[in-house]
Design a protein around this ligand. Structure first.
Ligand code: NAP
Length: 240
């Protein structure tokens, strides 16, 4: 089959590798946000499609048999476009989405609907480890009465204000390092998306152990689609 994978995640790369191994023709689409992305196996195309219509046109012109949305759980725009493009083109869609992390019973999180909610939830004087990525940084950094350590994979486009410093690093992160980071920087609040997966989960266990407050930004809502939780379930669903 000719399969279009909407990518930008480790799962999308693992899926492409698996599908190429099974003899499928795979095109992975990347948004082009990352300067030096780790490229998946198979064919790769980079850049926006131009909305749901553009994606539908691509699917039809390329003769795509199956569409798989393996974007990040917070890539809500692309996931919504995938649902529309699949409906309008008649090409079956599968959504590969990591299960959300579970809140520990003994260390409740503060739940907020979005980054503005996270900014509002911080008390004055908080020392914050911010792990929500590039999007919406300014919303959080508007809180000049807090100190921020902003952990990113790539540097931000704009310089950060004096009450924020950057830490550039790439997952996976491990418990020992996360505990040491929270300790060394005297972090009082961790702001996180509920991305799920194992690569960045240890920050939450470190926060639990150190009794660091966790402010968890809710996953965005997107239109329903057939969902699978991992690569093997995706492969099985394609075969079925
Ligand atoms: P988004 O808000 O859903 O996407 C905004 C627009 O970017 C989409 O409407 C689409 O433009 C284009 N786009 C997004 N993903 C694309 C893809 N895989 N291929 C081609 N075009 C794409 O997405 P986002 O949150 O900016 O994320 C962008 C990419 O980064 C995604 O591929 C996602 O998997 C990855 N990522 C996101 C996060 C996160 O926290 N959001 C974290 C890690 C990785 P058009 O409508 O013009 O086609």
């Amino acid at each position: 089959m000719k399969i279009l994978v909407l990518g930008g995640t480790g799962e999308a790369r693992a899926l492409a590798r698996r599908l190429v191994g099974l003899g499928h023709q795979v095109i992975t689409s990347l948004a082009g946000r990352t300067q030096d992305p780790i490229l998946p196996e198979g064919e790769v195309r980079v850049g926006s499609f131009g909305g749901a219509e553009g994606l539908q046109a691509f699917v039809q012109s390329q003769g795509i048999d199956r569409l798989i949305d393996a974007t990040h759980p917070y890539a809500a725009g692309m996931s919504a476009n995938a649902v529309r493009a699949a409906a309008d083109s008649g090409v079956p869609l599968l959504r590969l989405v990591r299960p959300a992390w579970r809140e520990p019973a003994d260390a409740p999180w503060t739940h907020v609907p979005d980054l503005a909610g996270a900014a509002a939830a911080l008390p004055a004087g908080a020392r914050v480890l911010l792990t929500t990525g590039h999007g919406g940084l300014q919303t959080l950094l508007a809180r000049s009465d807090c100190q921020f350590l902003v952990r990113l994979i790539e540097p931000p486009a704009q310089p950060l204000p004096p009450h924020a410093k950057i830490m550039l690093s790439r997952p996976p992160y491990h418990l020992e390092g996360e505990l040491a980071l929270l300790e060394r920087e005297a972090i009082t609040h961790l702001v996180s998306k509920n991305s799920g997966g194992s690569q960045t989960a240890d920050k939450l266990e470190a926060a639990r152990q150190r009794r660091t407050n966790v402010i968890m930004v809710a996953r965005p809502a997107y239109p329903p689609a057939r969902e699978v939780a991992d690569v093997e379930a995706c492969v099985a669903a394609l075969a079925g």
